[in-house]
Design a protein around this ligand. Structure first.
Ligand SMILES: *Cc1c(COP(=O)(O)O)cnc(C)c1O
Length: 451
């Protein structure tokens, strides 16, 4: 039996899967932050080009991938899927563990699956410049890559603490031609306001989003781009799961459980939605598991309600699981999982019982990541390590129950830029944070009133 399951170039998916076509209940409308009425496409035009707005609300099940995007995808897609044989041996499990590896993209994660089409549609719509935010730098680097391929200017507001502590992603972004600005900055009203209140603010993703949205909204030639959460982002990521289904066919297997780490929900949706299609169209039973950090437990401890996507309350209101738009999680190493909300589509499917959620502390997660690196060779990103850990927990549980499971997880990226985190773990300096009950309770009191 094969260990590495590769597809031929010709097997690259030519369409994305839009799960909205198969939902039992229509998605809740997105609301204008001022009027609290449903937004119209025209409300969103200052931020996004029309083709992306159309994808955001499309009811079509299959959406063609443009040739220009396919051509760039082909630089690293189809990505490999592996059977984790040495990990299985180390665990002495009867279950089969497979993982899809998205770390082979030039930016080292799944994020270029959406940054490339986003840059393409912006170029096509005549925009010259894209503004965005980044936490640890993964989304910022993916967008800088997309902008470089299509000749667009990229301005990236990077959370200040990461800008100073994690220079390598910044250097990667600048190498691809982007301007990187530590946030909060004095370039925007939102940034100035935060700096007036707290000149030493270390920033947060919510603040950086406010700055990027304001930048885009106030300049004609500039769009805003988001690396997760929105429907069109999740749509673009479905190339992952569509490939996986072919790879599973190739080995004559089918997953009982599909696992992804969950920050905003895009890599989870990317691997899982095409399998949920099999559930919706009948005949298959698949468990889908979202894995989040115990320090930012959006699905497991948040509430399902309308909230802002950013701290300054500039973004539209979306119905999602949230910890409150001004909740700032502890400084765990999985920077990409430190977001207060979750994708509306993932939130709805979790609420309807099609997705489960688990939360883990970072030391147990790193222990699993190191076992994975020593058996499979690949060094997982701290975010992806949450999925690694969950797969190991699932295999152990199946053995205890005397069952044999097929487990598939998304290895969303590599951890070459996160070696300081591994150093902390290996030298015993990594700490777990208590569940921030008080902070979450306070942030939830400041939720906007809608109904
Ligand atoms: C950004 C990122 C995540 C978290 O984002 P999702 O939208 O939840 O996928 C996970 N893994 C990696 C490697 C990332 O870069």
């Amino acid at each position: 039996m094969k260990t590495k399951i590769v597809l031929k170039d010709a097997d690259i998916p030519r369409v994305w899967y839009n799960i909205i076509a198969d939902l039992k209940n229509p998605p809740e409308p997105v609301l204008h932050p001022g009027t609290k009425q449903p937004v119209t496409p025209d409300d969103l035009l200052p931020l996004f080009p029309m083709p992306l707005i159309e994808q955001e609300v499309s009811q079509e099940r299959w959406i063609p991938i443009p040739e220009e995007v396919l051509d760039i995808y082909s630089l690293w897609r189809p990505t490999p899927m592996y059977r984790a044989r040495r990990l299985e041996e180390a665990l002495n499990t009867k279950s089969r563990i497979y993982y899809k590896y998205e770390g082979v993209s030039p930016a080292g994660s799944h994020k270029p699956n959406t940054s490339i089409p986003q840059a393409f549609y912006n170029k096509q719509a005549g925009r010259k410049r894209i503004a965005t935010e980044t936490g640890a730098g993964q989304w910022g680097s993916a967008l800088s890559l997309g902008a470089a391929f299509f000749g667009l200017e990229a301005t990236v507001y990077m959370v200040k603490v990461s800008y100073h502590q994690k220079p390598y992603r910044r250097i990667l972004m600048e190498t691809w031609g982007a301007s990187v600005i530590p946030s909060p900055s004095d370039r925007t009203q939102a940034g100035k306001k935060i700096l007036q209140e707290d000149p030493d603010s270390l920033g947060s993703l919510g603040i950086a989003i406010s700055e990027a949205v304001e930048d885009a909204a106030t300049r004609e030639d500039t769009s805003y781009a988001l690396g997760s959460v929105l429907n069109h982002v999740l749509l673009h990521q479905t190339v992952i799961g569509l490939e996986c289904k072919k790879q599973m066919e190739e080995v004559g297997d089918y997953p009982d459980v599909v696992i992804g780490c969950c920050g905003g929900g895009s890599n989870l949706a990317g691997i899982a939605f095409p399998f949920l299609y099999d559930v919706f169209s009948g005949g298959k039973e698949v468990r889908v598991v979202a894995v989040e950090p115990a320090a930012c437990p959006t699905l497991t401890k948040g509430v399902y309600t309308y909230d802002f996507g950013d701290t300054a309350q500039l973004t539209p209101l979306v119905k999602m699981y949230t910890l409150g738009h001004d909740f700032v999680p502890s400084g765990i190493h999985a920077g990409g999982l430190r977001y207060h909300g979750d994708a509306p589509l993932v939130s709805q499917l979790y609420n309807e019982g099609f997705i489960e959620a688990q939360a883990y502390h970072q030391t147990e997660v790193f222990k699993s990541a190191v076992l994975f690196a020593r058996t499979e060779g690949i060094l997982p990103a701290p975010e992806s390590s949450h999925a690694v850990h969950s797969a190991i927990v699932e295999a152990k549980r199946a053995d205890e129950e005397g069952r044999e499971k097929t487990i598939l997880f998304n290895l969303s990226g590599h951890g070459f830029f996160d070696l300081a985190a591994y150093d902390d773990y290996l030298s015993g300096k990594l700490v777990d944070y208590e569940y921030p009950e008080e902070k979450i309770r306070e942030a939830l009191e400041r939720l906007p009133k809608v109904e």
